[in-house]
Design a protein around this ligand. Structure first.
Ligand SMILES: Nc1ncnc2c1ncn2[C@@H]1O[C@H](COP(=O)(O)OP(=O)(O)OP(=O)(O)O)[C@@H](O)[C@H]1O
Length: 324
């Protein structure tokens, strides 16, 4: 197995709430005790309901959010230690955001936007940078005729291609795509997904793919990470999901949109997602879990192994089911 490209080791992100906290609480637990390893060339899909911490995890991975606890390592070296080279880390990881309209500077030309990371990192001579911009535009399927346009003159799909070109400018080893198609017209979503898949193959990229569309995540990923209320509750090979999912929440998520190829008995969740300001004690999922017992309230379930590369956090795991 290849050495990890990136590791999150028991990472926390806690946001302080300004002013008076809700019900006496003064912080939001956006990410809690997140442990994740990304290896070169692998695609990790991240799933979970709105507010479960997917974007926070993505921002920690690309270095946009400094953890309040735990360690992030890039090629084995802690990223946030004093004296560490965060420039090298920054070059190696690119990010594509959900909404290309807000992610791109609307006053800059497309050529300038794609060139910007090369300028910031002073990569090559000006003529080499201009050549690289042409190469990148070609790579993502943008005609050279849009080089002088501004984002407002492009379609949503073209704008997302610009964002992808910019994210790839410094030849990253890992691309983080946070809901890269959800702000786009349904008609262009498949094109952008196919472009990402094609680039992944051609460039040998590792990818973290965050999406609400869990069936797409399942098709695209080597591994699936399920998050609930700021915690990673299961990390499994994509082929094991949903049939061999051991966490009831992973089962529930995937059974909510059954696939003909992989039908499983539905688990229906009741009640609202608790607040990340005041998460439940013990297992955060217990207030909505059909299998919860008193024991679930006492401590956070430790990681249990269900097979090679398959971890879950639950003391009443689902049995494995055979696919019908
Ligand atoms: N800057 C911030 N200050 C306070 N709370 C925050 C901040 N950023 C995120 N949060 C909170 O942290 C939790 C996780 O947010 P995050 O955006 O990571 O979730 P998400 O799973 O990406 O949600 P969505 O799918 O809706 O984008 C949420 O409760 C959110 O309200």
């Amino acid at each position: 197995m290849s050495a990890p490209l990136l590791e999150l080791d028991h990472v926390d992100v806690v946001h302080k709430i300004r002013g008076r906290g809700l019900f006496g609480h003064d912080c939001v637990h956006a990410l809690t005790d997140a442990t994740l390893t990304v290896r070169p060339g692998e695609t990790i899909g991240v799933v979970g309901e709105s507010g479960c911490g997917k974007t926070t995890l993505a921002k920690v991975v690309v270095g946009l959010r400094k953890p309040t606890g735990g360690t992030v390592r890039h090629h084995g070296k802690p990223v946030w230690d004093k004296g560490s080279d965060r420039r090298e880390f920054g070059r190696d990881i690119g990010m594509v955001f959900q909404d290309p309209t807000t992610a791109l500077n609307r006053r800059m030309s497309i050529e300038r936007i794609v060139r910007d990371p090369l300028d910031v990192h002073q990569s090559g001579t000006p003529s080499q940078r201009a050549g690289r911009v042409r190469e990148l535009m070609d790579l993502v399927g943008l005609p050279s005729s849009v080089a002088d346009a501004v984002p407002g003159q492009l379609s949503g799909g073209q704008r997302q291609r610009v964002a992808i070109a910019r994210a790839l400018a410094l030849e990253p080893a890992l691309l983080v795509a946070d809901e890269p198609t959800s702000a786009l017209d349904v008609s262009v979503r498949a094109q952008i997904l196919n472009l990402l898949l094609d680039l992944r193959e051609r460039l040998g990229l590792a990818m973290i793919f965050v999406s609400h569309d869990i069936q797409t995540v399942r098709k695209m990923s080597d591994r699936i990470v399920t998050m609930y209320l700021g915690r990673i509750v299961e990390d499994a090979p994509a082929g094991a999901i949903p049939a061999e999912a051991r966490h009831p929440y992973t089962r529930a998520l995937f059974s909510a949109t059954p696939s003909l190829l992989n039908p499983i008995d539905p688990i229906v969740l009741t009640g609202p997602v608790p607040s990340a300001v005041n998460p439940p004690s013990g297992c955060a999922f217990r207030t909505r879990c059909p299998k919860a017992t008193d024991a679930c309230a006492t401590e956070v379930p430790p990681a249990s192994a269900a097979g090679d590369g398959h971890l879950f956090h639950c003391i009443h795991p689902e049995p494995e089911v055979s696919v019908r």
